[in-house]
Design a protein around this ligand. Structure first.
Ligand SMILES: Nc1ccn([C@@H]2O[C@H](COP(=O)(O)OP(=O)(O)OP(=O)(O)O)[C@@H](O)[C@H]2O)c(=O)n1
Ligand SMILES: C[C@](O)(CO)[C@H](O)COP(=O)(O)O
Length: 252
């Protein structure tokens, strides 16, 4: 009998939010009376594949355990880099006795507007894959590579102004999102490779790429933005408001 693999969900929430620049970690920014972290857990809770969630939080986090969530929660302590937080989550999942063929879903706390249907789509895609699948959106704007801040191709140093070096062909270019969903055993192996070779990665798909292991792209929603810079808060507020209106029963 082809039993569906278990899906172990983790939300990485151990970052400082330095680019956002708030006095509190950005995952605790409140939009529509809930923190981003609570919104993100609620989105996972709406999935038919997820019935609990591991939160990876900073060692000095005193906020998470004061909040209420839509799923039963367990905790792990994150690391200095995002991939180290993921690795801490993976270690915690392994310690629960999870099978190597089980799926691990990794989601950014800073992406609270992910549509539940996208979560279902990326999980179902990963179920058909040997290694995993990620949500992503095709690049829509023209991409420019900049030259170093104090030089332009033809003029002398001009202070901090940035100049265009060249346009990057955007054909076949995607912006990765989360959730990203991987087989537990392979995720453990690629993260061990990252640690061994001290690789700098910003998402787990990059670790698989270093080993030329195929990861499937699943087209997601452009509403699934990550709160990164102050301007993003206005966008997210508008997206969450519009989503709530289109699904009034959706509780944050
Ligand atoms: N060491 C880290 C760094 C990031 N994250 C989490 O990974 C997600 C995406 O990372 P990012 O947007 O970079 O968050 P921060 O690292 O907090 O932001 P910044 O880089 O601006 O400090 C966030 O939910 C963040 O909490 C994490 O768990 N552990
Ligand atoms: C995982 C991610 O959200 C995919 O786009 C992104 O790489 C996180 O990067 P960050 O620099 O940690 O925000």
């Amino acid at each position: 009998m082809n039993t569906k693999p278990s899906v172990h969900a983790m939300i990485v929430a151990a970052g400082r939010g330095s680019r956002f620049g708030a006095s509190i970690a950005k995952q605790y920014t409140r939009l529509q009376e809930q923190t981003l972290l609570q919104h993100s857990v609620a989105r996972l809770a709406a999935s038919t594949y997820i019935d609990k969630c591991l939160l990876v939080i900073a060692a000095n986090d005193t906020t998470a355990q004061t909040l209420s969530f839509k799923l039963p929660i367990s905790y792990a302590i994150g690391g200095a880099e995002r991939w180290q937080s993921v690795q801490a989550g993976v270690d915690a999942i392994v310690n629960t006795g999870a099978a190597g063929s089980d799926l691990v879903l990794i989601h950014d706390a800073a992406r609270p507007a992910v549509p539940t249907q996208d979560i279902e789509h990326v999980i179902e895609a990963a179920m058909l894959e040997r290694y995993g699948a990620i949500l992503a959106v095709p690049v829509a704007d023209t991409l420019k590579r900049s030259v170093s801040p104090n030089q332009s191709p033809s003029t002398p140093a001009l202070g901090s102004a940035r100049y265009i070096a060249h346009t990057v062909d955007r054909e076949g270019m995607w912006q990765a999102q989360t959730p990203q969903v991987y087989r537990l055993e392979q995720l453990q192996q690629v993260l061990a490779h990252v640690a061994r070779h001290e690789l700098a990665i910003t998402d787990e798909a990059s670790a698989f790429e270093h080993l030329n292991l195929p990861i499937r792209l699943v087209a997601g929603s452009r509403q699934n933005i990550k709160l990164t810079y102050p301007d993003d808060a206005v966008l997210l507020q508008a997206i969450l408001t519009a989503q709530k209106k289109s699904r009034p029963q959706l509780k944050p």
